[in-house]
Design a protein around this ligand. Structure first.
Ligand SMILES: Cc1cc2nc3c(=O)[nH]c(=O)nc-3n(C[C@H](O)[C@H](O)[C@H](O)COP(=O)(O)OP(=O)(O)OC[C@H]3O[C@@H](n4cnc5c(N)ncnc54)[C@H](O)[C@@H]3O)c2cc1C
Length: 408
């Protein structure tokens, strides 16, 4: 029957408050914004992909950092549990491509409303516009929180302050500071699930071009570090889209300046077949210049770029092209190459990679092994996953475990 304080009314904090309130009479949820769930509101492009309906083994496979830490929390509060809770509190759900779960209404605000309903039914004391300044810790025991000149005492405090991305939603890194002040280690923070900047200006001409069914390879010098088939997008600064965003989850914490991005524009054709295809196109358009003969093969915006990377005169008539030049064209089509300069920043990142090191946290209860009564949940922990509803599932499962642990 502990008195529990939760700092942060996002995904993890709301679920933590819910599960704490199942056993504890006095649960206080402190949120610095004027409303709960500001980040949930912008998830899934405003539709909230709240979890993934695949079996929990698949959910686990889509976690990138520290997946083993999540074993117990995932087992204790699953994707089905969050779906049931949300539906019981008024929001019907649907499952889309890739087992992504969304509200039938396509409104993330409905998910927030359902969670608020669940909290109000359990009489959680929700205090908005309340920013916690620091934790109150004495003799390695967390005794409450400090807000300005005031103290609120508690038997347990859950830090669910989120990561560093999209700071306008409220998550601006306070939780990392709280952890450090409590003597805990925080691993280096990186923007993740984020686009890449590309060196040079040529990329600007491709802005807005979206490519489907391409294979993306990323090399560190000669070493292949990423290989994925799917969809990508050119922007005014570089590249984005699903395969690029996923790449950032894997290599975004490396020093990627100078890594090479190679795009295979025709992965279904090997070099020989592609050459045959190009020859066929050229035979049909003998007297045309190269730049006017590739419109069947590439979108208009790409033609100049592929020719540029093939190092062929765009005005050259196709019937005058040498075999060697054609080979260069084939090579550029299968290896359109760019140099990555960096990832974009936290303000464009879906999540933060890094955080409170999980080796210091009990994976069953989310309690700090060092400071009694201090719990962590959600993105503030060093946990992250691919897109598809997995990051919110991390918040739900760790939040539930922390609430349960603190409530006891
Ligand atoms: C654009 C975008 C789209 C996304 N889409 C999806 C998606 O569709 N599916 C998915 O699974 N994941 C998605 N994510 C990731 C997902 O939103 C996060 O992983 C998740 O919200 C993390 O939950 P959290 O509770 O840990 O943190 P948050 O949801 O960020 O909540 C933290 C809360 O703590 C509050 N807070 C911070 N400091 C203090 C303080 N000192 N005092 C009081 N309160 C404080 C903040 O105001 C905030 O409300 C998306 C993220 C972004 C940015």
């Amino acid at each position: 029957m502990a008195k529990v304080i939760i700092i942060g009314g996002g995904a993890a904090g709301m679920i933590a408050a819910y599960s704490a309130a199942l056993t504890s009479k006095q649960v206080i949820l402190l949120e610095k914004n004027e409303k709960l769930g500001k980040k949930i509101f912008i998830t899934g492009k405003g539709r909230c992909n709240l979890t993934n309906a695949s079996n929990m083994n698949t959910v686990m496979e889509n976690v990138v950092s520290n997946k083993r830490f999540l074993f117990s929390a995932f087992k204790n509060f699953t994707n089905e549990d969050i779906m049931r809770l949300v539906e019981e509190n008024g929001t019907k759900l649907k499952i889309e491509r890739g087992n992504r779960v969304f509200p039938v209404s396509d409104h993330s605000s409905d998910i927030i409303k359902s969670l608020e309903n669940a909290l109000r039914a359990l009489n959680v004391d929700i205090r908005l516009n309340t920013k916690v300044d620091s934790l109150l810790i004495e003799n390695d025991i967390c005794k409450g929180v400090i807000i300005g000149k005031n103290k609120i005492m508690a038997d347990a405090v859950i830090v669910a302050t989120g990561g560093m991305s999209y700071q306008a939603t409220g998550s601006d890194g306070d939780g990392y500071r709280f952890a450090k002040e409590a003597g805990l280690s925080v691993s280096k923070l990186y923007p993740s699930l984020v686009p890449f900047n590309i060196e040079g200006d040529r990329i600007k001409a491709l802005q807005g071009l979206s490519l489907k069914n391409v294979n993306v390879y990323i090399y560190n010098d000669k070493k292949l570090v990423y290989d994925e088939f799917g969809e990508m997008l050119f922007t005014h600064f570089g590249v984005s889209g699903p395969v690029i965003i996923s790449a950032s989850a894997i290599i975004g914490n490396k020093n990627i300046k100078g890594y090479r991005l190679c795009i295979d524009l025709k992965p279904a054709l090997d070099e020989e077949k592609l050459d045959e295809r190009i020859l066929r196109d050229f035979t049909e358009q003998k007297n045309k210049s190269l730049k006017n003969s590739l419109n069947k093969l590439f979108p208009a915006k790409l033609i100049d770029e592929v020719i540029y990377q093939s190092k062929i005169d765009p005005e050259k008539k196709v019937n005058l092209l040498t075999k060697e030049e054609r080979q260069r064209l084939v090579h550029a089509t299968k290896n359109l190459e760019y140099v990555i300069s960096s990832t974009r920043g936290f303000n464009e990142a879906i999540i933060t990679k890094g955080g409170v090191e999980v080796s210091q946290i009990n994976p069953k209860t989310m309690e700090s092994k060092k400071i009694k009564g201090l719990f962590f949940a959600g993105e503030v922990l060093d946990l992250d996953a691919f897109t598809g509803g997995y990051n919110l599932q991390i918040a739900w499962s760790t939040g539930y475990a922390a609430g349960e642990g603190a409530g006891e």
